[in-house]
Structure formats: C-alpha cells, structure tokens
Design a protein around this ligand. Structure first.
Ligand SMILES: [Zn+2]
Length: 217
C-alpha cells in the first residue's frame, strides 16, 4: 500500500489517497464527497481497512475515503467555501446557477482544489471503473456500463439499479467521468441514517465482492 497526498484543501487540510496492487485494471473508489453523508465514508473506510489487512486482487485500486475532508469535519455538504463538490466538476453543462444554495456549484467550473486534483488524477491514470460512495435514498446510480459490478451489489444489498435519478446533475462525477470521459461510474447511495454497524456487515463485504468482479475490466 502506498499512501500519498491527494490534495490540500483551501484551508490547507490534507486529503489522502491510498493505492493498492500492482497489476490489473485501475479502479477508483471515493468516499465523503458530501461531508454530511457519513454512511458513505464508513463504507469507504471499511474497504480501506480490508485492503490494508488483505489486498489480493489483480487490480490497481486507488481509494480516497475522505475526499471532502473540510465538509466532513464541519458536518456539512460542501467544502469550506460552501461549494458542492459534486456540482463543480468541469462538465459541458456546468452552470453557475444553483437550484438551491445547498447545491452551490462554485464561482467557476473546477474552481475547488479537491476537484482540480481529481481531474488531474483522472487524466493521469487509466481508470476502468469508478465508485463514489454517498448516502441518500438507497440506490445504485449508474453512468455507463457498470455491469457486472452492480449485479453483484444488487444481489448482496437489494439496492435498485438506477440509470437515471430523475433530474440533471451538471458538474457531478457521474456526468463528468461517467458520461463525458466514458469511464463507467457508479454513484452508490447507501441508505441515509443506516446504522454504521450494518454498513460494515452488509455494504463493505458487498463492495469487496464487487472488487473481485472488477479484475475482469
Ligand atoms: Zn451525496
């Protein structure tokens, strides 16, 4: 395992990335894009723990469990500048208009250091599949071909597979990576307020099984 500095936030807080494996397809897992969704962070940390203890997949796994560390520390959706990092990526449909302040997309596309580092990472590596761990209504929101990974997750969690969440998400990772860069991207919405123990019992093992299927990417 190699631990690296992924980026430094506007308030100089470090965000770390953890890389595992030296062969096979490159897979990216991100947690904590929204700081007020601890369920996704618990899932990402659970995968990190398992990987630290016993990583034996033919994969190059890159894990960023606490992407929006400022939001996590402040227990809010956005970063310290109040920007929703999942509305700030430089998609073709990015717009400075927000539906509500909660979805503030930032002063310009990719204005935030977290997303600048993410765009750099996506350009410098050859990811075949991306998972971003959030919490909301339980669902597996897919952009691009995320089979067979979501079949495994559906089987193990009962979560529905949704190609469309019903409204546009300019500046989101699903739109940027999944649609525009054509890297299959799964936005995994763990059920909001699900007990942390349950996340470790059900969702972390499900993600682990999913990783085995990623070897074929
Ligand atoms: Zn979210």
């Amino acid at each position: 395992m190699e631990m690296k500095l992924f980026c430094e936030t506007a308030t100089k807080i470090p965000v770390f990335q953890y890389d595992f494996g030296d062969k096979g397809p490159e897979i990216l897992i991100i947690g904590g894009v929204h700081g007020d969704e601890p369920e996704g962070i618990v899932a990402a940390r659970g995968v990190l723990q398992k990987a630290v203890q016993d990583f034996r997949f033919a994969l190059k796994l890159c894990l960023i469990p606490e992407f929006n560390v400022e939001g996590i520390l402040n227990k809010v959706r956005g970063n310290s500048r109040g920007v929703d990092l999942n509305r700030n990526l430089p998609t073709k449909d990015w717009s400075p208009k927000a539906a509500t302040p909660r979805y503030h997309p930032g002063p310009e596309a990719c204005s935030e250091p977290e997303n600048q580092a993410l765009v750099q990472l996506l350009k410098s590596r050859n990811f075949k599949f991306i998972v971003s761990l959030h919490s909301w209504n339980p669902m597996l929101n897919v952009n691009g071909n995320c089979q067979p990974e979501v079949d495994i997750l559906h089987q193990l969690t009962g979560y529905a597979i949704e190609p469309d969440i019903g409204y546009p998400t300019p500046g989101s990772l699903g739109t940027y990576a999944g649609k525009e860069l054509e890297i299959p991207t799964l936005t995994y919405e763990v059920q909001r307020e699900l007990e942390f123990g349950e996340i470790n019992r059900v969702h972390v093992p499900a993600l682990w099984q999913m990783l085995a299927a990623c070897e074929k990417r």
